[in-house]
Ligand binder design. Structure first.
Ligand code: AMP
Ligand code: GLY
Length: 446
């Protein structure tokens, strides 16, 4: 079902090649009216899906190549998956070429590419974030003074590199001594006139991701998800890009998601439009659900990975028409706040290679994929390569996301765990507690 005045794209180009893009391409390719989804560069595993074609070797950061890829099969819509192409202006190049693109301009992408800019926009828009200050290279003394000030006020300290860091540029410190010791390393050798380090108060609570389809003015939320950022069970170990996710989020019901749209997404959209850089694309609000309500931890300008892998299988309508309308700046007036959702749960478990989140070991043969698929799970490939004799080998940090679905989070988790157990390779790392420690529902989660 899609609202009557929406146009269905028949051919879509998805830019990227990770697990998130696999899930996105899979979702779009399964929608009525879609003849073909082309993924640039995509992956060998994606090419095995129905109505899905890959353009291997295409550089997603090469705007000219992406424009050519969109023109070759005359895609009616381009959806940019990762942040890196957005950060170099691939969406601008597509828009300049007259191609409908769902993904923000380089200027609007600064919401993710600069944490200092995100704080500035949120402050102007009246959106609650952690208390924070940004420091440029050479401002070590000021950073140290601010860390001491937060400590004296009884607050924990988080250090964040200002630019893109693949989810790995954040250190949630345990002690003030640790913060004081590490802060200078963010600043040495950095430019004197640009933010390099953001020092934040540490917020406590559970996290949640609310991602909305935005057309510059209006916002429609996808089902909420919770990511597990730390590498190891029990939320221990280093931060990663995300080791697993689940949806719905029991402590973030529909009314709470609507409130987040109203207090986070819409004010940010209004502020970005006011600045002359309207935001069109997926606006991802990374939230901390504190005792005083949700606070914004960060904005991303794209779908989350692995959040997309659990959100998209729960979307009950065709997304293509909504993304196309939003790309044109014309989501229908009066569209509901929330995308209609399938009332089942999804639990996604990331299988990562040895060494992740540092340098991953590559080239290990992956066993058990067929058995995992046979158990009813979805498997989205992120860092795999086809092996000459058949099957796949590891080829990246996060290798696969295995998604179990079921009537409840517990049931979905069981399917996901069983499928993940079936898959093995030398040095595989994964968590065993994704969606295991569920909060008491505050209402019917979505
Ligand atoms: P970010 O890239 O800003 O989302 O940070 C990555 C992760 O670090 C978040 O998902 C949180 O787990 C953690 N984090 C970031 N900022 C804070 C904060 N102010 N307080 C507590 N944890 C945080
Ligand atoms: N999983 C967190 C992110 O995609 O940024």
């Amino acid at each position: 079902m899609s609202p009557p005045n929406l146009v269905m794209p028949t051919r879509v180009l998805v830019v990227g090649g990770g697990g998130r893009e696999h899930a996105l391409a899979w979702k779009l390719a399964g929608e009525p009216g879609v003849n073909e989804v082309v993924v640039a560069p995509g992956s060998a595993a994606m090419a095995t899906e129905a109505r899905l074609r890959i353009l291997p070797g295409t550089d997603p950061l090469d705007a000219g190549a992406i424009v050519a890829a969109a023109r070759a099969p005359s895609a009616e819509l381009v959806v940019v998956g990762p942040e890196a192409p957005l950060a170099v202006g691939v969406a601008d190049a597509l828009a300049d070429a007259g191609i409908a693109v769902f993904g923000p301009s380089l200027a609007a992408s600064r919401l993710e590419t600069s944490k200092a800019f995100c704080h500035e926009v949120a402050a102007a828009a009246g959106v609650r974030m952690a208390i924070a200050r940004a420091f440029a290279g050479g401002e070590t003394e000021a950073a140290v003074a601010f860390i001491r000030e937060l400590f004296t006020a009884g607050r924990g300290i988080v250090l964040k590199a200002d630019g893109l860091a693949g989810g790995k540029g954040v250190i949630v410190t345990e002690t003030v001594e640790q913060a004081l010791e590490l802060a200078p390393s963010f600043l040495v050798g950095r430019a004197l006139d640009a933010p390099a380090l953001v020092v934040e108060e540490r917020l406590e609570g559970r996290e949640a991701s609310v991602i909305a389809i935005c057309d510059g003015t209006r916002a429609v939320a996808l089902p909420a998800a919770r990511d597990h950022k730390r590498l190891c069970d029990g939320d221990r170990g280093p931060n990663t890009g995300g080791m697993g996710a689940f949806s719905p989020v029991p402590d973030l019901d529909d009314a709470a998601v609507e409130a987040v749209l109203e207090t986070v997404h819409r004010p940010i959209l209004a502020e970005m439009a006011r600045r002359g850089t309207p935001f069109r694309g997926f606006l991802y609000a990374g939230l901390m659900l504190t005792g005083d309500g949700p606070a914004l931890l960060e904005c991303n300008v794209r779908l989350g990975d692995p959040e997309a892998q659990v959100m998209l299988p729960r979307v009950a309508i065709a997304l293509g028409p909504l993304l196309l309308a939003a790309a044109r700046g014309r989501l229908p007036v009066g569209i509901p706040d929330l995308v209609p959702t399938i009332r089942s749960a999804a639990v996604g478990i990331v299988l990562a290679a040895e060494g992740y989140p540092g340098t991953p070991r590559r080239g290990d043969p992956i066993d058990g994929l067929d058995a995992a698929l046979a158990s009813g799970a979805l498997i989205f490939h992120a860092g795999t390569v086809a092996r000459p004799g058949g099957g796949y080998g590891t080829n990246g940090g996060r290798v696969l996301t295995v998604v179990g679905r079921g009537a409840s989070l517990d049931a979905a988790r069981e399917v996901g765990e069983r499928a993940a157990d079936a898959i093995t390779w030398e040095g595989l790392q994964r968590r065993h507690d994704i969606a295991a420690d569920l909060p008491v529902p505050a209402g019917a989660g979505r």
